[in-house]
Design a protein around this ligand. Structure first.
Ligand code: NAP
Ligand code: FE
Length: 361
């Protein structure tokens, strides 16, 4: 048994300003790594800047991290961070900005290394990372994982190093301005993390406490996701914070076990067909759970409030459909069959036939 979660995590209203003074301890000049524009619109960037001003910490902003961030973007932001002498990285945004921030903190601390270093399995330090999430799915604020797009390989691959944020500041208010699609898509990602952690070779009592507990919370939050109109007007601050807490709990669960088959199958769909991460993963979730040990499957379905994997699949397909060509799904299946490490995360026997069933082929 091993349980490791070194991130100091706060989930509350006005989180960033409440903990402004703690930010000061992590560095003297911060590189803020964020997406294209959402952190300006939801005021998370303003809050972080005010907090840095409060503690007289200077900063430089790197804006424009794309969805599914590439190794090239990481290296570009690293150059900016080194140029301005940053010794702290603050990621603000969805999983893309947070994942990029972690990789940048690693590369800035190892300035003589090229991008290949991201994929070298060696011990290495990174500068401290503070994470301010604004979506409710990846849990990147409490994991060491950074998933990066590899254009050379036409897919996404996690860097080999684990860089956990030192501090995660979670405030539901940042989610309130997000459109329904982003909230729904990222909630499905969180549900996938919970289920893939619970149905996993590495699952143990401690990871399951988070995974099953998170699934029960998801059941309470389902009504919010179901009832939401296009502008997510039905979501209030408490509901938004709850969705973000589910995402963080799911992150703590996958920090122990990693993800499994649905995530592995999803990456090619995202790269080749541009299907967002949540729906791409959700596409395989019910099929994956269907073949799990019957006791674990029942425990998960009961906790989530679904009668069967069929009703789980219908729920996902209604909220976050992923329209992928059969040929592309077949390629994803073929690709995964040669990835022994990923197949080993699945606790039940898996072969081409089983994988095709999971993928609905
Ligand atoms: P994302 O790719 O970070 O962002 C998707 C879109 O949402 C962007 O256009 C972004 O706009 C916008 N956005 C973010 N916050 C918003 C808000 N509050 N209001 C309105 N728009 C908002 O989405 P994500 O699903 O959170 O992250 C997906 C990435 O995380 C993938 O690369 C996935 O592989 C990775 N991931 C990582 C882990 C992990 O453990 N590290 C786990 C699962 C997935 P802007 O560009 O303007 O900000
Ligand atoms: Fe995910």
């Amino acid at each position: 048994m091993k349980f490791y979660m070194p991130t100091r995590l706060y989930c509350e209203k006005n989180c960033v300003s409440n903990h402004a003074k703690e930010i000061a301890g992590y560095g003297t000049h911060a590189l803020i790594v964020t997406g294209k524009s959402s952190s300006r619109k939801n005021h998370s960037l303003d809050d972080v800047i005010s907090a840095l001003d409060t503690c007289s910490t200077s900063y430089t902003i790197y804006e424009g991290v794309e969805e599914n961030p590439s190794v090239e973007t990481v290296m570009d932001a690293t150059c900016k961070g080194i140029e301005c002498g940053a010794d702290l990285v603050i990621g603000i945004g969805g999983g893309s900005a947070l994942d990029a921030a972690k990789a940048v903190a690693l590369m800035m601390k190892n300035p003589k290394k090229g991008w290949e270093f991201l994929y070298e399995q060696v011990e290495a330090q990174a500068y401290p990372v503070i994470a301010v999430p604004t979506t409710c799915g990846t849990g990147s604020e409490v994991t060491g994982v950074s998933v990066l797009t590899r254009h050379d390989l036409r897919t996404k691959i996690s860097m080999k190093h684990k860089v956990f944020p030192d501090l995660a500041l979670v405030d539901g208010r940042y989610l309130l301005s997000a459109p329904r699609k982003i909230i729904v898509n990222t909630s499905i990602d969180a549900l996938a993390h919970l289920i893939e952690s619970a149905v996993n070779t590495k699952a143990d009592y401690y990871s399951l406490l988070n995974a099953i507990g998170g699934i029960s919370l998801f059941r309470n939050a389902r009504a919010y996701i179901d009832d939401m109109d296009e502008n997510a007007r039905s979501l209030d601050e408490d509901a938004a914070l709850m969705l973000m807490e589910i995402s963080a709990i799911a992150g703590i669960a996958i920090a122990q076990t990693g993800t499994s088959i649905p995530h592995a199958l999803s990456y090619m769909l995202t790269y080749e067909a541009g299907i967002p991460h949540g729906p791409a993963v959700g596409r395989f979730l019910a099929g994956f759970l269907e073949h799990a040990d019957s006791i674990r499957k029942k425990e998960i379905l009961d906790a989530a409030g679904f009668e069967s994997t069929k009703s789980l699949g219908e729920f996902i397909n209604r909220l976050a459909p992923a329209d992928a060509d059969t040929e592309l799904v077949e390629r994803a299946v073929k690709g995964l069959l040669s990835n022994e490490a990923k197949l080993k995360t699945c606790p039940y026997h898996i072969d081409e036939e089983k994988l095709s069933l999971i993928a609905g082929l």
